[in-house]
Design a protein around this ligand. Structure first.
Ligand SMILES: C[S@@+](CC[C@H](N)C(=O)[O-])C[C@H]1O[C@@H](n2cnc3c(N)ncnc32)[C@H](O)[C@@H]1O
Length: 365
């Protein structure tokens, strides 16, 4: 809804100078920030409602003080608690059950207080949720009020559910353009049963915006009447069409930029992978060159091996010879020793013993 702010919601807020505003469905707070800025100037209060806000609520509460009242809850648990509303911005759960009940509760709360209901602004009154329910959490909707649903995106061209369609992370009614299905259908059915006389304004683009203004409020406020009636004038349509076109071209530019960035990232990843492959090939080439160099020295090595084998054989034969010589010398020694023993045991050796003694004595003298 925030894309309607500057051209649509800002002038409504200016004309209303609201004391109390409720914003259902804040998400990143893009619209809440603008709203707080504007409402704060006239001393108003913004009630923001979202079960799953995607910003730091405590930080915002500290910044905005009494101007911001945050409700981390579902809209239907809060709407009957906030009284004296001048403006309600509904952009939460885009389905028939939620929208019809939000509108009903707002009307009943105002009626119980004896005041006119607020100006109500609703987003997503056209494709894709005008005639098809979206369920942020199907369990929040009583089973008997839910359409058969699937978690699939919506194809922009055919309007059918498709895995690659928009918002494919969300849960959507399988059918569309059936009774009790979608935001616009919910508004129409509510209007048919409402006790209030409503002025209806529908603004196309950005999935469509509906503005319901109590006729009695319009009658009381010429400034508001001028703003609301202005939305049907050619001057506004001209400004609005230009705004839509600028956004379309801007988004196209962003899409192209995103695609270029994606292509660059893809190209860089490929380049990185190719560089890694080239490095790997270079390592393999080096290994091949090393292997070839080693293979070239193989004949030389074979020659050295045969030389060494021959040398071993020669040394083996020489050792064999030496062993044989040693065996012979030992046999000869044993033989000589035997002869010596026999000689010393002979009678002539013993008879000549005194002579050998005398000879040794004479030698000494
Ligand atoms: C489309 S986003 C709102 C965008 C916001 N209005 C803007 O213009 O920037 C819808 C938000 O509604 C919230 N939401 C879903 N169901 C809700 C409910 N029943 N009551 C209040 N908020 C709800 C979701 O958590 C989500 O953050």
């Amino acid at each position: 809804m925030f894309r309607f702010y500057d051209h649509v919601i800002q002038p409504v807020v200016e004309a209303l100078a609201p004391k109390r505003v409720i914003e259902v469905g804040v998400q990143y707070g893009d619209q809440t920030a603008k709203l707080l800025e504007q409402v704060d100037k006239t001393g108003g209060v913004v009630h923001a409602v979202d079960p799953l806000p995607e910003f730091d609520v405590a930080e915002w509460e500290a910044k905005w003080g009494a101007t911001l009242v945050f409700h981390r809850a579902l809209s239907l648990a809060v709407l009957s608690e906030v009284h004296g509303l001048d403006l309600a911005l509904l952009d939460g759960d885009h389905n028939y059950y939620t929208v019809t009940n939000e509108l009903r509760v707002i009307e009943e709360t105002a009626a119980a207080d004896g005041v006119a209901p607020p100006v109500i602004v609703l987003h997503d009154v056209d494709f894709p949720y005008g005639r098809r329910d979206l369920y942020y959490d199907p369990e929040n909707i009583p089973a008997e009020h839910r359409q058969p649903y699937l978690q699939l995106g919506i194809d922009f061209t055919t309007g059918d559910l498709h895995p690659d369609g928009i918002n494919n992370h969300l849960t959507h009614a399988v059918d569309h353009d059936t009774p009790r299905n979608g935001v616009r259908t919910g508004i129409e059915d509510y209007l048919a049963s409402s006790a209030v006389q409503w002025n209806q304004t529908w603004i196309p683009g950005f999935h469509g915006l509906g503005i319901l203004t109590p006729v009695q409020t319009l009658e009381r406020s010429p400034a508001l009447r001028q703003v609301i009636e202005g939305f049907s004038q050619p001057a506004f349509m001209d400004r609005w069409t230009r705004h839509l076109e600028a956004s379309r071209v801007g988004e196209l530019g962003h899409t192209v930029q995103r695609q270029v960035a994606d292509l660059k990232a893809e190209h860089n990843a490929k380049l990185e992978s190719l560089t890694a492959q080239i490095n790997e090939l270079e390592t393999l080439r080096q290994a091949l060159l090393d292997a070839e160099a080693r293979a070239a020295t193989l004949p030389e090595l074979q020659l050295a091996v045969s030389d060494a084998q021959r040398q071993i054989r020669d040394e083996h034969a020489a050792a064999e010879h030496a062993r044989e010589d040693a065996r012979q010398t030992r046999a000869e020694l044993i033989d000589t020793r035997g002869q010596l023993v026999a000689l010393m045991a002979s009678p002539s050796w013993r008879v000549t013993k005194p002579l050998r003694l005398a000879k040794r004595l004479a030698k000494r003298i």
